[in-house]
Design a protein around this ligand. Sequence first.
Ligand code: GDP
Length: 296
Amino acid sequence: MFSSLAERLSKSLRNIINKGRLTEDNIKDTIREVRKALLEADVTLSVVKKFIINVKKKAIGHEINKSFTPGQEFIKIVRNELILSMGDQDNDLNLSTQPPAIILIIGLQGAGKTTTVAKIAKWIQNKYKKKILITSTDVYRAAAIKQLEILSSQININFYLSNINQKPINITKEAIQHAKLKFYDILLIDTAGRLHIDEKMMNEIQEIQNFSNPIETLLVVDSMMGQDAINMATNFNKYLSISGIILTKTDSDSRSGIALSMRYITGKSIKFIGTGEKITNLEIFHPERMADKILG
Ligand code: GDP
């Protein structure tokens, strides 16, 4: 069992107690601890490097307040930098548009996309009491459409039924038409998840995005995915205009570094985290809570 980052930082700074000021020299070991701990938390190397530069800038020359130890002071700097790097505020959904507000959900297969569509629908229904419609454009797996249809009925939200013989773009057009006719406030569109990113998949989602002009395009990322998530997010971000990220399976992820990496790599806010398999296991992302989880 690793000791927490906070403990490790305090320990490595014990020798500079009472020296009054953080210097390049006296924080050397501590910086090494931060680097090690972030890598162990699965933060990608390029992100760790940038993060360390920022922490150093803020720490060096920093006067130690008499009521704090250097350890406490340094942890405060690291914590603030973590919060700032992951987004300094909580991020709700943007739904302010002419109805139906379209929310497009994208991501790789197995990331928890389908479950997350239902979770978001339920979350919006609970919070905003809106009239919501869900549809699936995943024509590659009949089971995917069925799965979302069942989930929708479990949470009492209407589902616009598509079938695997349709083109995803045509399902999109029909579902939007239907949503307009029936005065839905929100239309959630699930897209096909593949095991790997390929040109065809990206073109297909691009076409859906261009046509539907979603107010939110949310990338669902499995927080257990480790370093592969970096390439995946970079690619999605290159082809599509992403408005936010949802990190799933944070309940089973003991290494929280992906939140930091995702934000640095895509520049987009993390809006929600999935905290379990149940429909209600979705929470707004709070950067300060994630910072505390990383600090341990
Ligand atoms: P999709 O292929 O991306 O549509 O993924 P699914 O929605 O089918 O989810 C894949 C698996 O991940 C299912 O067993 C879900 O119950 C599970 N899952 C999704 N989100 C979470 C989460 O936040 N926590 C946990 N523990 N499991 C999740």
